[in-house]
Design a protein around this ligand. Structure first.
Ligand SMILES: Nc1nc2c(c(=O)[nH]1)N[C@H]1C(S)=C(S)[C@@H](COP(=O)(O)OP(=O)(O)OC[C@H]3O[C@@H](n4cnc5c(N)ncnc54)[C@H](O)[C@@H]3O)O[C@H]1N2
Ligand code: MOO
Length: 341
């Protein structure tokens, strides 16, 4: 802390709030601690009787919180993002487009371990809309050592911490399996559920086939969808262990590589995800997707639509937080379901 003449204070940082009292008009701080004095402030400072000020001593090794916050914003930002105005060392990152938010959790952790610097984000793999808040950055002290920001820049290494992956427009083929539906014994109540889930992403069913429990027929239906250029194939029914549950076998026989048959998520354990050589995804949806509010499919669906690479390890990690509590009033996605990984 150093005392200087107010007339020499331009560019210096105030150590404390400066109060202005104008009878019957104002009684409060006219400048806050941490304010960087500007040319136009000198007259105001003199008018409140401050001929001298305490300022932080100019130190080449230190950075003001607002300048440091700028650096943190630049570490986060990517396409489809904008900053809020910097305020008291804080900047927020706002989405300008919707999509799937990806957060580099490992590097976020490394930055937050430096100390005196914080970046707080939404969860990785959150579905976001334009104008949603994605992250906030803040510096804890008023002035921070520049070398801490150098560490941040080294971790950043020109690779943003955040990414928004826009959702793609897929042509969708739906294959409904099951003798009970095919022979008209019951009404198909699964397909409308799929239709609603697709509509949330402005997608529709472009081709729909209903087949009985016959592995060759299911396989032929998959080929038909492929031949018609469907870019996402959704199969329902026959995903479990009964003798008539043939869908996983048919998907396998169709040539798709199975990434997973089974996910550590309840409901939605019997979920299947595979990809054809040309990267066309195919999913097998268990019966619970028809009636449960949220299942493994709801966790994986946005990632499939964003063409996000999904690994077996990530599917295994869904187990932590993968237990839906079936609350009387479902608040998914604003709950802990699927947030563990
Ligand atoms: N012994 C075991 N049984 C079950 C297991 C298990 O691990 N061991 N898993 C259970 C779980 S978890 C689920 S989820 C279901 C999965 O069922 P499936 O996907 O095989 O579905 P289906 O058996 O074909 O049908 C179940 C039920 O849903 C009705 N259904 C199916 N599709 C339609 C449709 N399009 N419209 C209307 N209703 C439909 C079907 O008639 C059955 O009533 O398996 C558990 N069992
Ligand atoms: O797929 Mo069942 O998957 O857990 O209700």
């Amino acid at each position: 802390m150093k005392k200087i003449k107010t007339i020499d204070a331009v560019g210096h940082v105030l150590c404390h709030d400066i109060t202005q009292i104008i009878k019957d008009v104002k009684d409060g701080p006219v400048f806050k601690k941490g304010h960087v004095v500007r040319e136009e402030d000198i007259e105001v400072l003199l008018s409140v009787g401050k001929d001298h000020l305490y300022i932080y001593e100019a130190d080449e090794s230190m950075l003001h919180e607002n300048d440091a916050a700028d650096i943190l914003y630049n570490v986060c930002k990517n396409d489809y993002m904008k900053p809020t105005e910097v305020k008291e060392g804080k900047i927020e990152v706002i989405a300008t487009e919707g999509g799937l938010l990806k957060v580099d959790i490992d590097r976020l952790q490394q930055i937050n371990e430096i100390g005196e610097i914080i970046i707080a984000t939404r969860h990785n793999n959150t579905v976001i809309k334009a104008n949603d808040k994605l992250a906030g950055t803040r510096i804890i002290p008023l002035m921070i050592h520049k070398d801490k920001l150098e560490q941040v820049k080294a971790i950043h290494n020109e690779q943003p911490l955040l990414e928004i992956k826009p959702f793609h427009h897929f042509k969708v083929g739906v294959i409904t399996t099951g003798n009970e539906v095919y022979y008209g014994r019951i009404k198909d109540t699964f397909t409308p559920v799929i239709k609603n889930k697709l509509a949330k992403y402005n997608l529709e069913i472009n081709h729909h086939i209903i087949v009985n429990d016959d592995i060759e027929k299911i396989q032929a239906a998959i080929s038909e969808c492929r031949d018609l250029g469907m870019e996402l194939i959704i199969c329902t029914g026959g995903m479990s262990v009964d003798p008539d549950d043939l869908t996983p076998g048919a998907i396998k026989a169709s040539g798709a590589e199975i990434l997973t048959y089974g996910a550590p998520v309840l409901p939605g354990a019997m979920f299947l995800l595979g990809y054809f050589e040309d990267k066309t995804p195919i999913v097998g949806l268990p019966g619970c997707v028809m009636y449960a509010k949220a299942t493994s499919f709801d966790l994986m669906f946005p990632r499939i639509l964003a063409k996000d690479t999904i690994t077996k390890k990530e599917i295994a990690a869904l187990g932590h937080g993968g237990l839906c509590l079936k609350c009387p009033v479902c608040t998914f996605p604003h709950c802990e379901f699927g947030k563990g990984s």
